[in-house]
Design a protein around this ligand. Structure first.
Ligand code: FAD
Length: 388
């Protein structure tokens, strides 16, 4: 790590490191094999004060900055990517209420968040159907009926909701009213116990198997006091308030998959076999390990610098955040694929956990702001489309 950390940032890092090693890592293989939700791990994070780490100290939270947040997420992902992703979705989903709130929302949402009493997740996209047969482009959202004091959800189906049913609070985005301006979104917090919800099947992903990312139907009235920001202005809020944390914690989670696999590879490659040989002594493998270390450090340095610049208020457009996301996810895909080759049959036969990291890494290419969507977004910010 090239960046110099403050004592507080180091303390967050050390806390995450020991939780990862003592609680998450021992359960990661079993969570992946069975696809069960990593409840013990998530509860351990809560008990250590991580659920409330982004809430401000004024309300009893940890007051963690962006850099501390990404250090924590990377460290957790090294040990169990599934748990790190559930945690990342909690941080992302609670970011807006942690930053922008009415006085009533401080009591209702922010203080409980700070105390670790609420688990959040994102119920955002409605992009794909059961078999992709009713696919519609990202950005198409269901409409909620506007009542005098509430928004009525009429069985809105959200296609991938991490921590589905486990989370107590859902950051949910809809169109407010059938005639809402095109693309105008209204985010709100849906409290699990105040609406009807139903999972549409169990999550059985190729990777991130402990995420519980099932589709969920939501039906019921959500009080207007649960709305985040102004009606129809969710898109703007997402860009300004949430994007740093959304993109950077994605980056951190994906980076942790690559760096976690690399740490295991470092230990395995330097083990001496009965013949006296080590995997690292093969010149091709030595080159691989050198190259992967450079790839990881490059992605990590961009991530840390983007987070630090964000903390210092020096980022005017979210370009570095999105760049960090694509670099981290592609690094992790590259590193884990390389390790599958380097560890040969042992890796392929799943005697070492590289194939799990390899499968988990694949999510980074498509999840939230798919890379194919992220690159044009970066280019559009660098080269705004010409008008007329
Ligand atoms: C493990 C996991 C957990 C998830 N958790 C959550 C969650 O908690 N909450 C939530 O709301 N969502 C969640 N998602 C959903 C995630 O945000 C979507 O997978 C993502 O938005 C992509 O949508 P899609 O899967 O429908 O892919 P599609 O829209 O079918 O996209 C497939 C491919 O098409 C191309 N493509 C699509 N759109 C564009 C575009 N606009 N520009 C360029 N290329 C494009 C890209 O190559 C992309 O990879 C999760 C997904 C996964 C895999």
């Amino acid at each position: 790590m090239l960046i110099k950390l403050t004592d507080e940032q180091n303390a967050w890092l050390e806390k995450a490191r020991s939780l990862g090693k003592d609680v998450l890592a021992p359960r990661a293989a079993e969570v992946d094999r069975t696809g069960r939700y990593p409840r013990e791990g998530m509860h351990a994070l809560r008990d250590a004060g991580l659920w409330g780490m982004r809430a401000s100290k004024e309300y009893g939270g940890g007051g963690a900055d962006l850099l501390s947040t990404v250090l924590v997420v990377e460290e957790l992902a090294k040990s169990c990517p599934s748990t790190a992703m559930c945690f990342k979705m909690h941080i992302e989903a609670s970011e807006m209420i942690a930053r922008v709130h009415t006085p009533a929302q401080v009591e209702k949402f922010v203080k409980p968040l700070a105390r670790g009493e609420a688990l959040y997740t994102v119920a955002g996209g409605e992009t794909s159907g059961k078999k992709g047969d009713d696919w519609h482009p990202a950005g198409a959202f269901s409409a909620a009926e506007i009542l005098p004091d509430a928004y009525r959800l009429g069985g809105v189906r959200k296609s991938y909701v991490t921590s589905a049913g486990e989370a107590t609070h859902y950051f949910l985005m809809v169109q407010a009213g059938a005639d809402a301006p095109k693309g105008a979104l209204t985010p709100m917090i849906v409290e699990r116990d105040k609406v009807e919800w139903k999972k549409d099947g169990e999550w059985n992903g190729v990777g991130m198997r402990g995420n519980g990312s099932s589709p969920v139907y939501f039906t019921g009235d959500v009080p207007k006091e649960n709305r985040l920001g102004n009606e129809h202005e969710g898109g703007k809020a997402l860009g300004v308030v949430m994007m740093p944390v959304v993109a950077l914690t994605y980056a951190a989670a994906y980076l942790g998959i690559g760096s976690g696999a690399y740490e295991i590879a470092s230990a395995e490659a330097t083990k001496q076999y009965p013949s006296g040989a080590r995997r690292l002594d093969n010149p091709v493998n030595k080159r691989r390990m050198g190259q992967m270390s450079a790839q990881i450090e490059a992605a990590r340095s961009l991530l840390h610098l983007a987070a630090k610049a964000g903390d210092e208020g020096r980022v005017k457009a979210p370009i570095p955040y999105i760049q960090a996301k694509v670099m981290a996810s592609e690094t992790s895909v590259a590193v884990t694929s390389e390790l599958m080759t380097m560890f040969g049959g042992t890796a392929f036969a799943a005697r070492l956990p590289f194939e799990r990291y390899f499968r988990d890494a694949r999510a980074g290419m498509v999840m939230g702001l798919a890379n194919d969507e992220a690159y044009p977004m970066i280019a559009n910010m660098l080269f705004p489309p010409q008008r007329g």
